[in-house]
Design a protein around this ligand. Structure first.
Ligand code: GLC
Ligand code: CA
Length: 565
């Protein structure tokens, strides 16, 4: 069942999603860890921003080896975050403000502390033996195949009780669930129904493109970087669409939900298969292609900078491919990525570039996702010492690079540019020592040291802040159907400083979006169709008089939206 809105768009197409990283949002009881009551406290702030949906990163019981992505009990709330009744309160209060809540659904793997795994590893013949993926050693006693795991090391770990290896694409403490087993699938669906009945409005599905494994478990033979070599038999596997269609039939089709799949190693053609509404799988998926444009031979952990032309090429490909079937999710950052301003904008022109990035994202076709702190233009965290990093992925890469003999200063720069911890520092609510109103007690991870200038109180006081630019953009999406439905067209693909594109709806309403990605002043030749007479400025990120003429001038990182009515 789905609810239709005006102009035939669905509510989740019109919506803007805000991602809350619970442990770093707001600590209500001063134990240094953000919690559910802290989120309740800040609902009016989110309402003021204008968003529609809140996505919570995992809030379940977890040993926190991978910050909650290692779940030990799908039905219980992590006591550090609160209780089930706190969560009930959160849902009620959010709903009373007309805000929806979606949960992270992590069903490719569990924690090794989950009861299912504890039973599974004991023997080959109990109820849970086949809930995980077990393989005998190869003939010579070695690993079942050559797959490596994301956070380093092989993707297989040996368990003497079973004399077998289990598969884990991530940490050894994150054993992979066996979706071939119908009993496992039914247990997952039951859990999903439980939370939907509880009142949640949908799911963000963690690495959902990995759930179906090729049953021949082929060697990667170097076709993927070692740490991602499980892709050889795990991404977009033979039964993934069958499983999702089953999940849709058994669970999702009975509720009015928003579903977004995190789909690593998935191209735009494959994304259509996940998101074409006729196929009854997911509403949308997270594309990774723009996350890879600044990778080098070393992969993610390097200091290379992206090219705007690559970004435009990737966005345009996804905009075009998913224009009639399927739906895009739009994002610059999340808890796995660096801060948008540092990565795609400029710390020198922090406010200006944060606005320009926001303009582009919100005017593309798809559902925008804002990662907490992005709306106040937070930057990457410059930690003093490599020992300040908490993330398992960052720690492992620091060790690896040290072993490889790389320079400490290079490693520091890599961590500063790429660590997942950059986005995980606590929300700075005000310019208040020592923990910026996040907590009265030492947070679980260091604050970004620049909270004295970059904080929510400052942003709310300054009518020219990044916050109010986001607020305006969100309002435009809600007001103008062309933002949701309009067809996308890219201008000047080879311009490496300016991103210009149009959106046009079938009733002739047209937007023209121009965003500078340059620290210099620039001029730009407007397309002929844009004339002074019937076009006007809908939004200008600078407080200057913008004149629509043949050749326009743009300030550093200026962005402008024009409309033809
Ligand atoms: C996803 C999550 C990430 C986690 C991984 C394993 O990519 O976003 O944080 O480490 O899956 O669950
Ligand atoms: Ca707390």
């Amino acid at each position: 069942m789905t609810m239709m809105n005006d102009k035939n768009s669905l509510w989740w197409q019109k919506a803007v999603v805000y991602q809350v990283y619970p442990q770093s949002f707001k600590d209500s009881n001063n134990d240094g860890i953000g919690d559910l009551n802290g989120i309740i406290e800040k609902l009016p702030y989110l309402k003021k921003l204008g968003i529609d949906v809140i996505w919570l990163n995992p809030i379940y019981v977890s040993p926190q080896v991978d910050n909650g992505y290692d779940i030990a009990d799908y039905y219980q709330i992590n006591p550090d975050y609160g209780t089930l009744s706190d969560f009930e309160q959160l849902i009620q209060q959010a709903h009373s403000l007309n805000l929806k809540i979606i949960l992270d659904l992590v069903v490719n793997h569990t924690s090794d502390q989950h009861e299912w795994f504890k039973a599974s590893k004991k023997s080959r013949d109990n109820k849970y033996s086949d809930y995980y993926i077990w393989k005998d050693p190869s003939h010579d006693g070695s690993l079942p195949n050559d797959w490596g795991a994301t956070f380093g090391g092989p993707a297989w770990t040996y368990v003497p009780e079973r004399k077998q290896y289990y598969l884990h694409s991530f940490a050894p403490q994150q054993p992979e669930l066996n979706w071939e087993n119908p009993a496992l699938r039914q247990d997952i669906y039951k859990m999903m129904r439980y939370w939907l009945d509880f009142g949640v409005d949908g799911f963000r599905m963690d690495v959902i493109s990995l759930i179906s494994k090729r049953q021949d478990f082929p060697n990667a033979n170097g076709r993927f970087p070692y740490s991602k070599s499980y892709y050889a038999g795990a991404s977009n596997g033979p039964r993934v669409h069958e499983f999702l269609q089953e999940m849709n039939r058994e669970v999702l089709s009975n509720f009015d939900t928003l579903t977004v799949g995190e789909t690593p190693n998935t191209n735009a053609d494959q994304a259509i298969l996940y998101t074409d509404s006729n196929r009854h799988e997911l509403n949308m998926v997270f594309n990774f292609d723009h996350m890879h444009i600044d990778y080098s031979e070393r992969g993610k952990f390097d200091v290379t900078r992206f090219q705007l032309t690559d970004l435009k090429r990737v966005f345009t490909q996804w905009q075009n491919k998913l224009s009639d079937h399927g739906w895009n999710s739009l994002y610059w950052s999340n808890h796995d990525q660096p801060r948008a301003v540092t990565r795609f904008g400029s710390e020198k022109y922090r406010v200006e570039s944060a606005k320009s990035l926001a303009t582009v994202l919100h005017m593309l076709k798809g559902t925008p996702y804002i990662f907490q702190g992005e709306e106040i233009g937070m930057t990457n965290a410059k930690f003093d010492s490599l020992t300040d990093y908490q993330d398992i992925e960052t720690k492992n890469i620091i060790n690896l690079y040290k072993e490889e003999g790389l320079d400490e200063s290079f490693i520091k720069r890599v961590a500063y540019l790429r660590s997942r911890d950059n986005a995980r520092t606590p929300m700075p609510w005000q310019n208040e020592k020592p923990y910026a109103g996040f907590s009265q007690n030492k947070p679980w991870i260091k604050m970004n040291p620049n909270y004295d200038t970059i904080n929510v109180a400052q942003a709310l006081m300054d009518t020219d802040s990044v916050f109010y630019h986001y607020q305006r953009l969100i309002a435009l999406r809600h007001e103008y159907p062309v933002v949701i439905n309009g067809k996308y067209h890219l201008y000047d693909p080879n311009d490496n400083n300016i991103y210009a594109f149009s959106r046009e709806s079938t009733d002739g309403i047209k937007l023209f979006v121009i965003a500078s990605f340059s620290e210099e002043k620039l001029t730009y030749q407007l397309p002929k169709v844009i004339t002074n007479d019937n076009w006007r400025v809908l939004l200008n990120s600078y407080d200057n008089a913008f004149i629509i003429q043949d050749v326009i001038s743009l300030e550093p990182y200026q962005s402008v939206i024009l409309i033809n009515r």
